[in-house]
Design a binder for this molecule. Structure first.
Ligand code: GLU
Length: 297
């Protein structure tokens, strides 16, 4: 059954202040919903308690207001959805598709051969543990839970998804290896939490940067395994910093909060972003100027 309604979302993680790339993504998701008479929702992906800060959540809500992007329900805090995430994990475990992983980051980096700069693909070390040993170690050792992707694929068969820019895409979840469903520190992981909550919020179009294109392969598989209706996608181009690198929170890219504090007109900025086509090469936008007429003085 297709989704009855057009619903899009913006799903930032409050681990830092938002930058222009986030603003563009939010504008695209917001406008797509508005153009189709649909709804635009906000989900705060705050499961990583060590890195998320309520102050960043506050700031991003103010950023959206400043940009003139209204959302149609109170924001969903992903941290309130732990039971649903645990239930989904239990369901996959009940299907025999998960296994505990006791490897540390260092173990994985050593055992896998990822091209330089790419996250290592898990080599499957703990998949081979005898069930009895795995069960015993689970009682006393910290562990993550992983998806046995080959087993899952044997169950699902071939899958695909529709992307507004890339067209029909064959899902290739095996390329990412046995991804982490539940991290050892917080008991859940991004891939599973996002799929479960997109389903819960009834998201029918996922608009996000093409840096998350690869995540869609395995998210499509998880949707299938959990019996969720697949959304359609729009993976848009990325904005680059002046030096040509991707904007990133960790690089302290110029933040929306600083532009806001500097007196820039947020709605004018949103219009400037609307003028950019979402397809085509990643690009650098000339630094938006703060005109005297924009100043809130
Ligand atoms: N929370 C993720 C991020 O801030 C985005 C998740 C998504 O759009 O699926 O990068």
């Amino acid at each position: 059954m297709p989704h009855p309604q057009l619903i899009t979302r913006f799903a930032p993680s409050p681990t830092g202040l938002l930058h222009l790339g986030h603003a563009w993504s939010a504008v695209l998701a917001h406008d797509l919903a508005r153009a189709g008479g649909g709804r635009f929702l906000l989900r705060i992906e705050d499961i990583d308690t060590g890195r998320c800060r309520p102050g960043f959540t506050q700031a991003l809500i103010e950023d959206l207001r400043w940009l003139g992007l209204g959302f149609d329900a109170p924001p969903l805090l992903q941290s309130t959805r732990r039971e649903a995430h645990a239930a989904a994990l239990a369901r996959l475990a009940g299907m025999g598709l998960t296994y505990p992983c006791f490897c540390t980051r260092a173990d994985i980096a050593q055992a896998s051969s990822a091209p330089h700069g790419m996250p290592p693909v898990y080599p499957g070390t703990c998949r081979a543990l005898p069930a009895e040993e795995a069960g015993r170690r689970m009682q006393r050792e910290p562990h993550a839970m992983r998806l046995d992707v080959e087993k899952a694929l044997a169950l699902s068969g071939a899958l695909s998804w529709q992307d507004a820019l890339a067209g029909g895409v064959e899902a290739d979840p095996a390329a990412g290896g046995d991804i982490v469903l539940a991290r050892r520190d917080i008991g859940v992981g991004y891939m599973l939490a996002a799929v479960v909550d997109d389903g819960f919020q009834g998201i029918s179009r996922i608009v996000r940067g093409r840096d998350l294109f690869e995540a869609t392969h395995v998210q499509r598989l998880l949707q299938h395994l959990l019996g969720l209706e697949p959304p359609q996608y729009l993976h848009h181009a990325l904005l680059l910093a002046e030096d040509g690198r991707r904007l990133a929170k960790r690089d302290k890219a110029e933040t929306l909060a600083s532009l806001r504090a500097g007196g820039m007109d947020g709605k004018a900025l949103a219009d400037r972003l609307r003028a950019e086509p979402p397809e085509g090469p990643d690009r650098h936008l000339p630094k938006p100027e703060v005109h005297a007429s924009n100043m809130h003085v």
